[in-house]
Design a binder for this molecule. Structure first.
Ligand code: ZN
Length: 241
C-alpha cells in the first residue's frame, strides 16, 4: 500500500502530468489543495485530479476561485491570476471543488492545506509547528501551502526538529514521535529548486519520500504569457522561488 501526495498544483498542467508519470496505477493519490491559481490550465488540472485523486482538501486559492474568499490578502500577481481563474473556470471544475472540505482525518494521519484547525496558516518555523501539533492529536500531519518541501518532528519531550527536502529525501517515522510532512509544490516550487515535488508515503514501512522531478517549464511559461497572466508568475518557475 502506497500513498502519493500532491499539493499546490496551481494550474500547472505540464508539472501535474509529469507528477502522474511518477505515480503508479495502484497508488492511492491524495491532494492537499491549491489545485488552481497562478497557472494557465485550471480546468485541465482539476479534471485530471478529479479523475485520479481519492482524497482531496481545499486550498485558499481554490476557495478564492470559487467564492472570491480572501483575495484581499493576495499579492497583486496572485489576485490578478485568481480573477482570471474565476473567469475561465468551468462548471465541472467549480462543482467538484465545491464538494471538498478543509480537512480529512484518517486514523493514522490528517490532511490539511496549511495547518490543523487554522487551515490557511503557514507552518514556517518551529513555533508554527508546535502550534500545529498542539491543535490536533494526529501523529502525522500532511500539509502544503508553503511550497517548500520539508518536515517537522516533535520528539517525545516536546522539542521540535526540522529538515528541508530541497533535493528530495527520505524519512522513516519513528514510534513515539509526531511529524508534519510538507509535500512542497507540484506547480510552483519556492525552495530555490525549480524541480517540482511530490511525496510518497508507505505506512507498512513507515517511510515518507520526497521526489523532485523535472517538467517542461518553458512550455508552462509560454502558456502563462499567452494567457496574459503576470510575467512574474512565469519567471519564478525557472528560479524556483
Ligand atoms: Zn499554494
Amino acid at each position: 500500500m502506497r500513498y502519493a501526495i500532491v499539493s499546490d498544483v496551481h494550474s500547472n498542467l505540464e508539472s501535474l502530468e509529469s507528477a502522474f508519470k511518477e505515480i503508479a496505477a495502484e497508488d492511492v493519490v491524495m491532494c492537499l489543495g491549491d489545485m488552481v491559481g497562478y497557472g494557465p490550465n485550471p480546468n485541465e488540472c482539476v479534471e485530471l485530479l478529479r479523475n485520479r485523486v481519492q482524497h482531496a482538501v481545499l486550498g485558499n486559492h481554490d476557495l478564492a476561485a470559487i467564492e472570491n474568499f480572501g483575495i484581499e490578502y493576495f499579492n497583486d500577481a496572485a489576485r490578478e491570476a485568481i480573477l482570471w481563474t474565476q473567469r475561465v473556470l468551468d462548471d465541472p471544475a467549480r462543482n467538484w471543488l465545491n464538494t471538498l472540505g478543509y480537512e480529512l482525518r484518517f486514523p493514522e494521519f490528517l490532511l490539511v492545506h496549511g495547518a490543523p484547525v487554522r487551515y490557511f496558516d503557514y507552518i514556517l518555523e518551529k513555533r508554527d509547528a508546535a502550534d500545529a501539533f498542539a491543535a490536533t492529536d494526529a501523529p502525522l500531519i500532511f500539509v502544503g501551502h508553503t511550497h517548500v518541501a520539508q518536515h517537522w518532528v516533535q520528539e517525545p519531550n516536546g522539542s521540535i526538529g526540522h529538515r528541508h527536502a530541497q533535493r528530495g529525501g527520505e524519512l522513516i517515522l519513528e514510534p513515539g514521535k509526531r511529524y508534519i510532512v510538507d509535500a512542497g509544490s507540484v506547480g510552483q516550487p519556492r525552495d530555490m529548486n525549480p524541480e517540482a515535488c511530490l511525496v510518497f508515503y508507505e505506512p507498512e514501512d513507515r517511510r515518507v519520500r520526497w521526489v523532485r522531478y523535472s517538467y517542461n517549464i518553458p512550455r508552462t511559461q509560454r502558456k502563462i504569457r499567452n494567457a496574459h497572466l503576470p510575467a512574474y508568475l512565469a519567471d519564478r518557475l525557472r528560479a524556483g522561488r
